[in-house]
Design a protein around this ligand. Sequence first.
Ligand code: ADP
Ligand code: MG
Length: 537
Amino acid sequence: MASTAFDYSQWPPSLTDDQIGALTQHATTYVLSHGLTYLPPSATQPPSPSSVIHAPISLLPSPIPRSLFERAQQLQSSYNILYARVAMDDDFLDKVMGAVEGVGKADEFVGTLWRGWKAIRDEGIVQARLQPLHLGLFRSDYLLHTGGEDGTISLKQVEFNTISSSFGPLSERAAAMHRYLYALTNYYGVLPWLKSENFPLNDTTARLAEGLAEAHKAYGVPGAYVLFVVQPNERNVFDQRWLEYELLEKHFICVVRQTFEELASSATLDADTRILRLAIAPALSLSGSESSLEISTVYFRAGYVPSDYPTTTHYATRFTLERSRAIKCPTIPLQLAGGKKVQEFLSRPGVVEQFIRDTDARDIVTGAKDLRETWMSMWSLDDPNPPVAPADHAIQQCTDEPRGTTYARALADSLVLKPQREGGGNNVYKQDIPPFLETLPMQDREAWIAMQLILPPQGVGSYLIRAGGSTPGGNKTVRSETVSELGIFGWALFSCETGVRERGDAGWLVRTKGVESNEGGVAAGFSVLDSVVLVDR
Ligand code: ADP
Ligand code: MG
């Protein structure tokens, strides 16, 4: 351990151009040979790819205080249980996300998913008995926050993902790449923190595959397949393939990949048993002779954005899968539980306490109070009486004050507005908020929440390498001032009858972006894959 406390302004350590050049060559060669890759951009992906490019990466890991990293891992079990319980509470989801009382009134996408789920529930109790289990592969995202009292740094949650929580396997490989660079070069001895005991293990691939394998086992038909529902022309296939390889090699479970479009003609449900089968070309089956596959588990890597459902048939296909006996990762209610509106609702007085109770202390280290400590203030845009202190009526003020007044501008600077969307690029930040609110019809406000901005450490930097192929003539490593977002994975297999079987701390992810960008998506092109170096302050 270094004898002096870590100071963020020391980061990144200085490297010479030659050192940067050598590290860049080692890093890009390593990640290309270890599958930290994407398919190259192209309008349509060939069925059998012939080339790859590497993902955007950072040359150095990013410093995270050891105590906060450990805290984030401890919190994960509580978050797994919290979101499992939210997903099992139909009344709560109807109220918050439904199309009669909740967000689904104002948001067509949420409303359509909710109506499909409601119709299935109305078909009767039989459905619930056929498959009561839900599987969640989760990721809780955090930024470090410097805005607290006495200058301490704390951990604040950005969002909680319940569908298509991606970049687990690729982030494991980003961590391995940084360990490799350290083993090879000792990072030229530039900082005492860069040493092996400060590089935490990352075993995300094995842990996430374990969640899928537990669901498959619970389904109880060893020869059944796991279905990955994927987007057409997906470029981030390797992040998904690593999970497939792990399922086959460690658990002897086969995966079949299909888009909603393909499933519309291949998927059938048995009328009595609701067993989900896919018609396939025999060459695609294990034996080479089967023409239909029974599906144990449906893992969605699509279906979280409206553009995944260009026609009503796409929604109908989603509902067919939901109605089936296969275990869904996630079910529609679990997807709805990941809505930003749920996050805001949980933060209201007494709400999270209905889901995480004192009696849970036997099983989980962190309670409702600890979860609350990770939250920024959040508001509903349509609530005439926000249940928060008057000084926090920021949204009210932004809306009421004439645009551009000093007060409204100052308030807007501390906020982000979020709709019920995933995948990046949807939020409205700071000074864009007042003009945006002026054009947002009253009836649409319910679809949005406002969140106080997290203030990450300033003056921190990193060396970033863009995705392969994006710089003509080779890679250029750029030193930038950066913000890093930590994601902690976890999974839960649960039902009202069996309760929650879960695994907290199923690995982690760091994405780093330049400070000039508000957003943080890797696939959306805003940030790079990174890893952690633990530091003590
Ligand atoms: P999405 O579902 O699109 O990923 P997020 O809630 O994760 O939505 O927001 C996208 C990005 O916006 C985050 O990765 C983060 O960089 C930034 N962001 C979101 N909320 C905040 C916040 N409260 N403070 C600072 N940055 C935020
Ligand atoms: Mg996000």
